[in-house]
Each structure stands twice: as C-alpha cells, then as structure tokens.
Write a protein that binds this ligand. Sequence first.
Ligand code: PLP
Length: 475
Amino acid sequence: MQAAIIEGIFPRSSRLPASRELARELKVSRNTVINVYENLMAQGYVIARTGSGTWIAEALPEGCLQSPLAPQDTQTLPSKQATISRRGATLLGHATASPYQWGAFVPGAPDVAAFPHKLFSQIQARLSREPDVHRLIYSSGGGCPDLRHALAGYLRVARSVRADAEQIIITEGIHQAVDLISRVLSDQGDTAWIEEPGYWGTRNLLRINGLKIRAVPVDEQGLIADLPPRTKAPKLIFVTPSHQYPLGVHLSLERRQQLLALARRHNSLVVEDDYDSEFRFSGHPHPSLQGLEPDAPVIYMGTFSKTLYPALRIGYMVVPRNLVEPMRIAAAELYRGGHLLIQRALAEFIQAGHFSEHIRRMRLLYSQRRRFLYGLIERYLGPEFLPVVNHDAGLHLVMNLPDGCDDVAIAASALRRGVKVRALSQYYMLPQSRRGLLMGYACVDERQCQDAFGILKACLADAGIRPRNTSVFAR
Ligand SMILES: Cc1ncc(COP(=O)(O)O)c(C=O)c1O
C-alpha cells in the first residue's frame, strides 16, 4: 500500500475506502485494514479527518522516495503480482503483529532495559572462549541439556510443574511451541478450542495449520469448558489458566478439574500457556494446571519473553513422556534448533540465582508501575474505568470502557498521538459488546505513564467518553 501511494496509484489527497468496505472487498478482517491504516498514519502517508474518513496526505513524508519501495528500486523487488498461496493469504489476511513493541502502553512488553545485560554478556563471553563443538552444531535433543536441567528445577519449585529435564523441549518462544504442537498433534480440519477473548498469536498459528477454531467463553472463573452433545471433541484446548490473556482471571480449581476430566474423556490435549505468571504482586502464586494431577493430559509452555526479554526468543515446553521422542524429532526436522551457547549461558544465569533475583526486582518494579497506572485511572477517570477483574498480576491491565463504544477508533486516535494501546474488542472472535483498552505498564516509568495517560484521557474525551464526575476530568 505504501508503494502504491508513492507510485501514485492512490493519488495525493484522495480518500481511502472505509475500513469496513475495504475489508469486505479484500475478504480480510476489519482489524487488518485498520492496522494497515494506522501504520500508514503513523508514518505520515495518510491522515484521518474526523467524520470523513482516511485520506492520502497532500505531502508524503520526507525520505519516502529513498525508501526500499521507491519506484527506481522496484526492478530489484519480486513481481507485484506475487502469487500467495491460500494458506499464506489466510495468514496475511489476519496478521496482527504490531510494528510497535516498545513504549507507553504496549501490552506485554517487559522493561528490557532493566535486564542485567553486562552480567549476562560476561557469562556468554566466558563460554565463547571455552570452545565446545557441541554448542556450535544443530540441536537435536530438545535443546541445551544444562538449560533443560535448570528449568526442570525452577519449574518444579516455582510453578509446581511435574517435569524431568527429559520432558523439556526448548523452543524459540511459545509461538514456535504452538506451531510444533499443532503441526504434530493435529490434522487439517481438527478442532482446537481457544479462549474468548484470547491471544491472537495462538489463533493465527492454529488457523494457518488448518485447525477449526472454536472460541470458548471465559467468565470470572476462567474458561467454561463444556462440550454440547453431538459436538466434535477438540483435539487441542489452549488455555492461560494462571492469568487469562487478556482479561487476567485465574482458572478456578473446579474448572481446572472439569477441564482435565473433559480432556481425559475425549482424548484431547490441554495446552497450558503460562506466559507471565511469574509476575503476581499479591497473594499466593497460582500453581500450574499441568502439576495438578499426575500424568495430566497437558502440555505446559513457558517463555523468557516476559521474564527477560522477547528478542531472546527462548521458550520451553514440558510434554507428557510419550510425546518426548516424537516432539524432539519433529522439532529437529522442522526447525534445526541452534543458539546453544546462549541457552548454556541462560542455564548458568538460572543456576547462579540471577534469574530469581531479576524476577524479584522486576516484580517489585512492575507492581509499583501497575499501582501508579491504576491510581491514575481511578483518580482521573473514576472507578467505572478500572479493570473489571483486578488480578494484581502481569504486565498489562484492561481499562474498562462503556459497552459498545468504538474502542478500535479510540486506540487508533491514541496511536496518532504516539500512545499505543490495544482495543479489547480485537481480542474477541465473535461479536460482543464489551469494550476496553489493553495498557502495558511494565516498560513505562511514572513520568512517561503520566504523560501518555494525559493524552489518552484527551482521546477519550474526543470520543465523547467522560467520567461521571467531569470536574475531576477537567483537572
Ligand atoms: C498469552 C501469550 N502467549 C504467548 C506469547 C508469546 O510468547 P513468545 O514470545 O514466547 O512467543 C504472548 C506474547 O505476548 C502472550 O501474550
């Protein structure tokens, strides 16, 4: 689209089709079109005019003609009529990864600057001076053995996971684990359950791997696992039981037992996504679902993306014993794992206590930042805007908005002013009226939080959303 604007296919100052219309025409979701429009807006290619839609900017941003998409370079690009497979088009049509991964209020971004980079690089530097050919070849056994041992110990103590190092497979994050699980353990047309609302990253991976997705509602006790009569049983059930994403509820004990019973009865596998449960700020940590019963039909997945930093691309899964061999072989066939030196460094980082220490420090920092943002919402907007579920955990909260309001438009208007929030409605597959904004606070210090909050408050006011006590709002 950027190239089409530069080349004049969309003339300057012309109006772009409404997002709903374009989505219908291209057979993609409206959110996809909105994401594209938002990106173009952020780069200065288009502007939004209140009440009259989105328009190509009169003057294109400086430097766009030197961009890799400029006409003079097009001979080096693949043909514009690139043939995309139906599967590829499905993936692209539902693409949701945000170009914005840092700043107020990107949901789920940890404070990567607070990671002890010097210490970690010293460990890595020492290891790279000790030549070991086994760290320089493909990984074939599920990842670095030392890291698997360190993780088994950590997961047993911190997450009550029942795991031997043997059962652990290191992946390049939860995304890769979901890809591996869906490719190896399901066939095209099998059903997978996901939470409604839920994590769109998982949804898209399942979609491209040909699974039929059923969005299963979540209430204040978590997933309502119920299989109506004459309904096809799910092959895979994806849940975030310790801290439901994005609402934050915790799957109750009764629901956990029901879920495991249902999975056993129908030969389904539960896939537990334990993406950020290290960050609980009050009360006892919720133990994993996997550890609730011996030989539970559960694959447990975890990640260092939230505890350390996302670009590390290291995650792990704990698989039932009968899946160890098939999953290891499949992982080696599909991905030819590597990064063994950094995995070995991570093992040392955990075993020397630095990992637990870092989590302790971040827990304190994130809990203060959460409290600060919560306080701003309460004070300047009012209690009706506070999260419906006050889970006191994680790296984001969901600001409550009036039912049925256009949270997508509010998020887009905030983005135009440099504030990155995500609309709660985009996390649902099925139409519903609940509205809100996901706000990440972990990578935002108090000053930035206050400034960004002020901008967001103005966006809400522009959208006609005001707290009941307007004199407070005016302060
Ligand atoms: C619920 C949930 N699961 C998984 C992930 C991604 O994990 P990874 O970076 O390990 O692929 C995220 C990232 O935001 C998430 O929110």
